[in-house]
Design a protein around this ligand. Structure first.
Ligand SMILES: Cc1cc2nc3c(=O)[nH]c(=O)nc-3n(C[C@H](O)[C@H](O)[C@H](O)COP(=O)(O)OP(=O)(O)OC[C@H]3O[C@@H](n4cnc5c(N)ncnc54)[C@H](O)[C@@H]3O)c2cc1C
Length: 286
């Protein structure tokens, strides 16, 4: 199929993009990598009157160290994140997850701003923004505001943006942890995840002193498991810790089923991936 008719605007500044969206009066949509939006246009599931193409706004593409945070511009491509030495050294869970994001051709075009805005519950970057406690900078007609990742994802494929707002950048605090892991199962490598678990821990002798845990593919949004994180800090590390962690994760999450996998299978995957992720996190020297 072909898209319904739309006007096309290609601004070169963020202000001009916002103005175009405001003028469209709720009938505008921004285009970033187009990897999710173009199929929606072709199937006429999205029928914007105006398409505002962000690809000419060069200031939206960057990866920078900003104090103890990594800032990533909304138009930064998945492939740039995957290949960045800064991401590899400061946000290792993100670096490990990026090769699971679709296929190379899609990673060459897809952007971080497009991925978080699309808010697919089985997409890696929305989950990583929760995992790292990212802050999103959002710009609209009245200026910029900051949104915590935890407030950004409202439901499956639904974020908290107003129709005339765009994501301009994300800031990820760097974790000072000793071990981490990212585990995922998809039907075929590069497909959206059936289930995925991200873990990072800081060890203090034989206990876990600080932990991060997030999962995706199992609910309507990615989930940060703060309750599990809290419980981890009170258990001693021994041979049973990965199994106990898997029990904690599966007791906190009730997986959804769909045509790709039943709820029971996803719940089983979640436990197995959690166990593997904790084994790898604790095996790391740090
Ligand atoms: C076959 C296939 C497999 C895929 N597998 C995966 C996968 O395994 N994991 C994964 O994470 N992703 C996967 N994707 C999605 C891919 O990562 C997309 O690139 C991503 O979801 C959207 O990014 P984009 O830059 O292409 O956004 P676009 O398609 O251009 O836009 C997506 C949506 O976000 C909005 N938008 C874009 N940028 C902004 C912004 N800065 N501010 C506000 N709104 C904005 C658009 O208006 C649109 O509604 C897959 C895609 C395909 C086609």
């Amino acid at each position: 199929m072909k898209p319904a008719k739309f006007d096309y605007i290609a601004p070169t500044t963020v202000d001009a993009a916002i103005e175009a969206l405001s003028t469209a009066n709720g009938e505008g949509k921004v285009l970033a990598g187009g990897q999710s939006l173009l199929p929606l246009l072709n199937f006429r599931m999205a029928r914007p009157a105006v398409l505002v193409d962000l690809n000419g706004i060069k200031e939206l593409s960057f990866i920078k160290l900003r104090g103890d945070r990594i800032a990533i511009g909304a138009l930064t491509r998945h492939r740039e994140i995957e290949q960045s030495p800064l991401i590899a050294s400061k946000l290792p869970v993100m670096a490990a997850a990026m090769r699971h994001v679709a296929h190379l051709a899609i990673r060459n075009r897809g952007t971080i701003g497009g991925s978080v805005s699309h808010a697919d519950p089985a997409a890696e970057l929305p989950m990583l923004s929760l995992f790292y406690d990212a802050t999103l900078s959002v710009q609209g007609p009245s200026g910029r505001r900051s949104v915590a990742a935890e407030d950004f994802f409202v439901d499956a494929l639904t974020n908290c943006l107003e129709p005339d707002e765009i994501v301009v950048e994300l800031e990820f605090p760097v974790l000072q942890h000793s071990g981490w892991a990212f585990e995922e199962v998809a039907r075929r490598f590069g497909d959206f995840a059936l289930a995925s678990v991200a873990v990072s821990v800081r060890r203090k002798s034989s206990t876990i002193d600080d932990a991060r845990v997030a999962v995706m593919g199992v609910a309507d949004t990615p989930l940060r498991l703060r309750q599990v994180e809290g419980k981890l800090t009170s258990i001693a590390i021994d041979g049973q810790t990965p199994d106990r962690f898997a029990e904690l994760v599966t007791s906190c999450v009730s997986a959804n089923g769909d045509l790709h996998a039943s709820a029971e299978y996803r719940q089983h995957l979640l436990g197995q991936l959690a166990k593997r992720a904790m084994q790898a996190s604790l095996a790391a020297k740090g």
